[in-house]
Design a protein around this ligand. Structure first.
Ligand code: OOG
Ligand code: MG
Length: 262
């Protein structure tokens, strides 16, 4: 760790205030170029602690920057991991209030729900599929607290990987009932297809993102608990949305889920 506890607390408060007050900030590494990966996750953990102390509940986990399309779009090279709290969950077809968000974008994702816990190191696709109860379509709404979505990996980890809202739905499918590499993904905005892809865009197989998360937590003496919902990361680039837009995600064999913005 390069930052002291006080600085970590201050940065967590700053980033969370940006989220709560709907304002952006320059990336925090501008001011703290020496911060390391442990600092970045410690800031994220401190943001979670602030939310838990106000009664929030963790309802899921997420992997991000798991596809080349996303890495290219954001100019980074490695996946990142974050948390989802109850206030981020949107009911299928419901409206997201854009006044609570800075500059939202949507991403087509595959969500995993586990029946068994997963613990790294050494977690792999096979272990993930064996531990998966079902998969389903998920739309993630990301909203970086950084000005113009400009960040580096450490800054975006500290900012809980831009997590803001998500919806899951459509048809829950057992993992053996679908080839997650070839499964087709179509994201529509206002009835027009705006992003297309296949599951393999995510690290060759979306389950690889879940294995990486288990290995990441394993290094910190933690695991992915049984019953967890996990978003495996955007299959395509993220698409900007604004009030009035409606977005739907169709995943081959898994039906469709959707939300609106107002
Ligand atoms: C970081 C979060 C990326 C994904 O699915 O790739 C992410 C960002 O692009 O702001 O959630
Ligand atoms: Mg995402």
């Amino acid at each position: 760790m390069a930052l002291n506890e006080q600085t970590i607390e201050r940065l967590a408060e700053h980033l969370e205030n940006c989220q709560l007050q709907v304002r952006d900030t320059p990336k925090i590494t501008d001011e703290h170029p020496g911060m390391d990966w442990d600092d970045a996750y410690a800031i994220q953990d401190a943001i979670l602690a602030r939310k838990l102390s106000r009664g929030a509940r963790v309802v899921g986990l997420k992997a991000g920057l798991t596809s080349h399309a996303k890495m290219r779009q954001m100019g980074v090279t490695d996946p990142v991991f974050g948390f989802l709290v109850d206030g981020y969950a949107v009911a299928e077809g419901a409206a997201v209030d854009t006044r609570a968000l800075i500059h939202p974008k949507v991403e087509p994702e595959i969500a995993f729900v586990l029946k068994h816990a997963l613990k790294g190191p050494g977690c792999h696709i096979g272990a993930v599929l064996a531990a998966t109860d079902f998969v389903m379509p998920g739309i993630e709404v990301i909203d970086s607290r950084y000005r113009d979505f400009k960040f580096d990996l450490k800054s975006v980890i500290a900012d809980n990987t831009s997590a803001a809202r998500f919806v899951v739905g459509g048809r829950a499918v057992r993992p053996e009932g679908v080839d997650l590499r070839t499964v087709g993904v179509v994201l529509e905005k206002n009835g027009q297809p705006v992003a297309l892809g296949a599951g393999a865009a995510v690290l060759g197989h979306p389950a690889a993102a879940i294995a990486m998360l288990a290995n990441h937590l394993g290094r910190r003496g933690r695991e992915i608990p049984a019953g967890s919902l996990i978003l495996s990361g955007g299959v395509t680039e993220a698409v900007a949305v604004a009030a009035g837009d409606s977005v739907s995600l169709r995943v081959q064999g898994m039906g469709c889920t959707n939300l609106r913005f107002d």
